[in-house]
Design a protein around this ligand. Structure first.
Ligand SMILES: NC(=O)c1ccc[n+]([C@@H]2O[C@H](COP(=O)([O-])OP(=O)(O)OC[C@H]3O[C@@H](n4cnc5c(N)ncnc54)[C@H](O)[C@@H]3O)[C@@H](O)[C@H]2O)c1
Length: 432
């Protein structure tokens, strides 16, 4: 099929490339000229495992191209994906400016029947808004489909190629047939394609993210309680995760969730509830717990060091999670801001997110070229993102590099007893 994907970010680039990988002809459109020029030169603007090779292969086979020309992409495509950002607006709701602008661009360039697919995460009712915008600008028929994306950054290619399920919201049988066909190569092993009405599909995405975020915030609250009552959250986690009704995933406590999705989608869902006259109390608590959790270690570092003014803190990991360079809403940033506000200086290192971090933090932080450099002269080392390379470091070396050997493990990856035996002060989240 001939596909246009509008928005060439973490989602659009993966979606476009994976669809090309299955033989479709795909043009990825973005209004960021620098990005498109870089992609045309073969430079991939984001870090996502496996994506570079797949892009070059499909570009070489002339199935994948990049453009800033939306009207040309509309005219050339049977199916158009909208995969632009839906960032948090000022009131917390999803900002639909980009989505509606693209809808307008599509409406103006229509030259026949098109299927327009909302891939962006959007509030209930957006598909109808998109359809209204387009139909005001053209007499050509259009079907608007909601097809939320569930990929995880860091494993996005795999997730898209082997989805747990595909959700398709539509009331147009022709569009349903085309979407089923498009996704058939990805669900050969029998994973379901769930076709439903538009509102249900739109709400499914927010409900999925809010559910996952709830598990994290719930476990973080239990971890904080463990700290107070002398229990170990690792034991509690195993104790509940082995219950088949609960399951073990997304129960790892730490310094909270971040990223481009959970924080904004939880907030946007709250606003969807409010607009429907239905306050969502559980979801509100999930958000509140997470806001506090991101900086839960900071007062503990301060207490341990007897104040932070003039102290040096090393921070390992800046991306919101391992295997991505995405820094949006990263808990590490909240930690760093809180440390700086209390007068500490920060030495930071991340395997992939240093470029993005420099743009966000400027010269307020010392950026280190290697992980161990961040520990040099430090009074405390905070593990904020659990990259593999931080899992088994040379602790002897770290101890000799630090001015004061204290490790604050925001992801509970180290063995507390082992580190204490080595002479470190160790604190995790909810651990004995
Ligand atoms: N990142 C994820 O893990 C993830 C997962 C599932 C769903 N989503 C959702 O997918 C959507 C996209 O997320 P993302 O992380 O890829 O965002 P992103 O910010 O990485 O990419 C968005 C892209 O859209 C482009 N863009 C904006 N306005 C445009 C316009 N008018 N015309 C053409 N291009 C335009 C931007 O230049 C940017 O390259 C969001 O709604 C997000 O919530 C994201």
């Amino acid at each position: 099929m001939r596909i246009g994907v509008v928005g060439t970010g973490y989602v659009g680039l993966v979606v476009g490339t994976c669809l090309a990988e299955n033989g479709n002809t795909v043009v990825c459109v973005d209004n960021d000229e620098t990005k498109v020029t870089a992609l045309r030169r073969g430079e991939v603007p984001i870090y996502e495992p496996g994506l570079d090779e797949m892009i070059s292969r499909n570009v070489a086979e002339e199935r994948l191209s990049f453009s800033t020309d939306l009207p040309a992409a509309v005219r050339a495509s049977e199916i158009l994906f909208i995969a632009v950002g839906t960032p948090q607006g000022e009131d917390g709701s999803a900002d639909m400016t980009h989505v509606l602008k693209v809808a307008e661009g599509i409406g103006r360039a229509m030259n026949g029947y098109k299927i327009v697919v909302n891939k962006s995460t959007v509030p209930v009712g957006t598909a109808r808004r998109v359809r209204d915008v387009i139909t005001k600008l053209t007499t050509h028929p259009v079907a608007v489909v909601s097809n939320p994306e569930f990929l995880k950054e860091g494993a996005a290619v795999d997730d898209f190629l082997k989805p747990d399920r595909v959700v398709i919201g539509t009331d147009d049988p022709r569009a349903e047939q085309a979407m089923r066909e498009l996704y058939s190569p990805f669900v050969r092993t029998g994973n379901p394609v769930l076709v439903m009405d538009l509102a249900s599909a739109e709400l499914t995405k927010y409900a999925a993210n809010a559910m996952l975020a709830s598990r994290i915030s719930f476990m973080n609250e239990i971890a904080n309680l463990c700290d107070r009552v002398g229990a170990d959250v690792g034991e509690v986690r195993k104790g509940i995760g082995t219950d088949s009704r609960i399951g073990s995933s997304f129960l790892f406590p730490g310094i909270g969730y971040g990223g481009s999705c959970f924080p904004k989608d939880v907030k946007a869902l709250l606003l969807v509830g409010q607009a429907a006259g239905m306050p969502l109390h559980v979801v509100a608590a999930v958000d509140r717990v997470n806001e506090a959790q991101r900086v839960v270690l900071v007062p503990r570092i301060e207490a341990h060091l007897g104040g932070l003014r003039g102290k040096v803190v090393g921070v390992w990991g800046l991306a919101f999670k391992p295997r991505t360079d995405d820094l949006r809403e990263a808990p590490a940033l909240a930690v760093i801001e809180a440390l700086l506000a209390r007068g500490a200086s920060v030495r930071a290192y991340d395997p992939k997110a240093m470029g993005a971090a420099r743009r966000v933090l400027g010269d307020r932080v010392t950026f280190c070229h290697r992980s161990y450099e961040a520990a040099e002269g430090a009074d405390a080392l905070v593990l904020a993102t659990e990259w593999n390379e931080f899992r088994e470091p040379d602790f002897e070396r770290i101890r000799t590099l630090m001015r004061h050997p204290a490790i604050f493990d925001g992801r509970n990856i180290y063995n507390p007893h082992h580190l204490r035996e080595m002479g470190f002060h160790y604190e995790g989240v909810g651990r004995r």
